[in-house]
Each structure stands twice: as structure tokens, then as C-alpha cells.
Design a protein around this ligand. Sequence first.
Ligand code: FMN
Length: 355
Amino acid sequence: MKIPKLQIGSLSANIPIVQGGMGVRVSLASLASAVANEGGIGTISSIGLGDLEDSKQEYERISREALITEIRKARSMTDGHLAVNFMGVLSNVNDLIKTSIQEGIKMIVFGAGLPTKLPALVPDPSVNLVPIISSARVAEFILRTWDKRYERTTDGLILEGPLAGGHLGFSAEQLEHPEDYSLEKLLPEVLEAIKSYEDKYGKKIPVITGGGIYNGKDIARMLYLGASGVQMGTRFVCTEECDVSQQFKQAYLEAKEKDIVIIKSPVGMPGRAINNRFLKDLEVKGKLKINCPYRCLTACKVKTARYCIALALVNSYFGDVDHGLIFCGQNAYRVDKITTVKELIQELLWELKEA
Ligand SMILES: Cc1cc2nc3c(=O)[nH]c(=O)nc-3n(C[C@H](O)[C@H](O)[C@H](O)COP(=O)(O)O)c2cc1C
């Protein structure tokens, strides 16, 4: 079997694997460039790069400069395809998107919010716009809005199912029945919803599925069902190149299935994480003190939030996991070794061919 390429607008990746953007600082230049070097699409996360002690203005300036540093560093490490991931709930999201484009990034991935104004912010057609969606209804809404307002359509869609890591586009109730929202159910609905826009604009809108994709057999199943590629996060965390601390990776290796839980995030969405000391302490304390001079998230209600999610994620990044949140996908408990990106991708492609 020939491994299919993944075409997203003007980008053509040699393998149908996108490494999902992982904030805070989990997927930076090292991981993204390693994936791009193997022929996939490596995604730098733009989230939480600022210094948490600073004023809003300083926070935004440092975030911008840190993103430029990561993009340039990644570029110096690969000639492959790089994307940057953004969350709509970031207060400085527009600034970071503009910065990425100035730095030559050709793929913008937009989640945690509806990208209704994204084409106005990025009118350059050579930049590929890829919203993250969790249902056919959301896909239809975005495509209809862009069609009416901007006479353009998306260059791709990332369909993230309920087994993914990080923030999730499903309600807590929906997450109690993930089988009702499986990628196998959602994907055909999305493919149907986008058909008329593909016809109108005379181009294929590739759908990339993510959330719980663990091995080559899973990739084969998604491609068979009509996905153009897959997005994977959890598997890439336990690689040598992943930018996060060793302690974060170790928590994945030690996690049991029962340790993987759904949390209510101050972002206003549920998220999936490892039930570690930090979450257990929070359960007892109820609320942690928050010092927030910079308001990094529009959706975070500082007065009522139980903890600062940016700080909790930064702590884990630096290795202080007892005071930190460890986001993960539902399959994190299955990961049993740290490998290299090259070995992981070779294994996935071998399994894909076998399947
Ligand atoms: C540690 C971690 C952090 C993540 N952070 C983000 C993020 O900041 N933005 C985003 O769009 N997705 C985020 N995700 C989701 C991934 O990009 C990816 O879509 C998802 O993890 C795929 O599911 P999988 O982990 O089962 O492979 C995160 C996932 C993990 C594991």
C-alpha cells in the first residue's frame, strides 16, 4: 500500500499525519520540526508563551516575541511543513495570528472558539486556514458564514472527537457517552455537510480526524472512512523531542486508565487530564489564589475561577507537576515508553501499511 499524501490547500505533506498543537509549551519548535522532518505537519502551539508575572502589555509582547523565536527556531531545524495552533479564547489571538503570518507560516489552526472573522484577518489566499470542529453542525456554520461574508471556504477541517486531549468541544454530559460522538459517527456527517461547499468552490476540503488515534490501524480506519489524514497529540508527548518536562512525560508513563479524568476548565470548556496531586489538592482546597495581571483568556472569569490554568500548565511544563495540570488524551495510559519522533512515525506507517 502506498502511504497517501495529505493535501491542505497549498501544502502537500508526504504522510497523512498532523501533530496536534499542544499548549502550554508542550509542542514548540523541537517537536514540530521533528514531525515536519518525517514528512508530517508539525504544529507549534501559540498558547501560554508569555511571562505570567507581567502586565497585560508585557505579557502580550513577550508572547509575541516567544512565538517568533519558536517559529524561527523550528524553521532552522526543518524545511518541512509547519502550522501554528491558536485558541479563539486567547485575548491576544489576533496579534499572534498576524505575527505567525509575518513569520511565513502557511497553516493556521484555530480551535476553542468560532473563527467567523478569520478570513478577514488573513486575506492572503496562500495561508491555509484550518478550523477545529467537533460536529457537522459547527462545520456547516463556519462554511456557511465564510461563504456568505467572504466568498471563500476553509482549506481543511480538523474534526476532534471526544477522546482527545486538552480542551474538548463537547459538554460534560456528552463526554459521559463518548461512543455517541465517536469519530466513526461524526466523520460521515461532516463529509456530507461540506459536500455542497466543495462543489461550489471546486476543491476538496480535507477532513483530518483526531482524538484517540493511537496506532497505524486507527489511521487506516480513518482514511478508509474518508478522512484525508489524522491529527495526533498524546503519542507525540512521549517522544524525546517533545518540548515539555521529563516529569510531564513520566506522568503519562505511570498513568492508569482510571487516572484519566474530565475536568472543568476556567476556559469554560471541559478538558481531559491526569488526576494527579494538583487536581486532588484542588478538590480539597476548592479554590486556589489567583494573581492575574494580564488576562490571557477572554473566557476566564478571574473572580470565580478555581485556579489559574495558565500557571498550572506552565508549572507542569517546567516539571513541577505536583502543582500543575497535565493534559492528556484518553489513551495516555497506553503509552509505555519514550521514543523518538522518527521511530514513532516509522512504527505508525508500518502498522498503517499492515492494516
Ligand atoms: C497535552 C495536550 C495539550 C493540548 N493542547 C491543545 C491546545 O492548546 N490547542 C488545541 O487545539 N488542542 C490541544 N490539544 C489537542 C491535540 O492538539 C490533539 O488534537 C489531540 O490531543 C488528539 O487526540 P490524541 O491526544 O488522542 O491523539 C492538546 C492535547 C494534549 C495531549
